[in-house]
Design a protein around this ligand. Structure first.
Ligand code: DAH
Length: 342
């Protein structure tokens, strides 16, 4: 046994000297030092010896084992050091940047407006995109045969409601959430409602079947046109800078009375007239007015006691103007080269 161990040691050291690279060292390790390697095999045969001989051989085997392991580690360490020196990794180079996502420009504009309104005490509300005919039109003072429906053709959904009627559609505007919010929270009420809206449009650079709007309402005692104008002015100054002016011109919307559009001084030419504002100096951004008494009633609010204003604008249009985006289809196109720019 003793001789066998000495021979193994000799063989081990001889072969270790011939190892030239870390690949060969790995093979060497497998051959001699692994669980089924030669050293382990030799040691396992010790247990067949008689008591006396086993003691002696065991001690010798342990000594040899630690000596050989020590030699092996020395060689291994020298290979490792060599490898570090010749490695192709230059640890002084800056690390590779991990690509991070970007917010869609729509989200950026929405966040900006949400910050502004929450700072003035408005809630930010949500509503269903799959809406009933009632909330999308009737509760907003647009009965079935009203001509205003022609302007907002949408996608009707082939599903029956609880009463067995086909009355579901993809909402054409965020305005239905006005009535939903009134029913849920009552008056007084201050809320904005950003969200996705749909219309049956043939798409081109300026039209898209899916787009975003932002609605706002404020209901309290004695809310009037001056309050509406004041809030709209603040929005314009926040979006386009402190010099921005706001003007209103009468416009019909069935759910407000009186109704108005809202225009801001063109941010590009500061009102002088340019391509973006079609040489008028003004950009039409929103629709607004004082909430029609019928709409307040539909929301369960007494128009004799409370009044309110409402406004709605196209978030998509706002983002297009703000960032000079000339094709509406880019927003939802999923092309990263577009979103990466923001
Ligand atoms: N819902 C209207 C649209 O989609 C926009 C609008 C106009 C909303 C006037 C309002 C409003 O709240 O008062 O064209």
């Amino acid at each position: 046994m003793k001789m066998k161990l000495e021979k193994l040691k000799e063989e081990f050291l001889k072969q270790l000297e011939t190892v030239k690279d870390s690949e060969a060292l790995r093979e060497f390790e497998l051959k001699f030092l692994s669980r089924k390697g030669e050293l382990a095999q030799a040691m396992s045969s010790i247990k067949e010896l008689s008591d006396e001989a086993r003691k002696e051989a065991g001690a010798l085997a342990n000594n040899i084992k630690s000596e050989l392991q020590e030699q092996f580690e020395i060689v291994k360490k020298s290979f490792d050091e060599q490898k570090a020196e010749t490695s192709e990794i230059d640890v002084t180079l800056p690390g590779k940047k991990i690509a991070s996502g970007h917010l869609n420009p729509l989200t950026l504009v929405q966040n900006e407006i949400e910050d502004l309104f929450t700072s003035m005490g408005f809630m930010v509300l949500d509503g269903p995109e799959l809406e009933s005919d009632y909330y999308n039109f009737e509760a907003l003072n647009v009965p079935p045969h009203h001509p205003a429906r022609d302007m907002q053709d949408t996608f009707y959904v082939d599903l029956k409601n609880k009463d067995g009627e086909y009355d579901l559609l993809m909402r054409t505007q965020t305005s239905p959430v006005q009535v939903r919010a009134m029913k849920k929270y009552g008056a007084p009420l201050k809320a904005i409602i950003p969200g996705r809206t749909f219309r049956c449009e043939a798409t081109d650079a300026r039209h898209e079947h899916t787009f975003y709007q932002l609605e706002g309402i404020m209901i309290d005692k004695k809310i009037n046109f001056a309050n509406l104008k004041g809030v709209c002015e603040i929005v314009g100054k926040k979006l386009y800078g402190p010099e921005t002016k706001f003007r209103m011109r009468p416009k019909f919307y069935p759910f407000v009375e009186p109704g108005s559009n809202g225009e801001y001084t063109c941010f590009l030419c500061q009102g002088k007239g340019c391509r973006v504002c079609k040489h008028t100096g003004w950009l039409e951004i929103l629709g607004c007015g004082l909430i029609h008494p019928d709409v307040l009633r539909a929301g369960g609010i007494d128009p004799e006691e409370y009044s309110g204003f409402a406004f709605g604008f196209g978030l998509t249009r706002l983002a297009m103007l703000k960032y000079g985006i000339d094709d509406i289809r880019l927003f939802m196109g999923g092309d990263q080269r577009f979103t990466e720019q923001f």
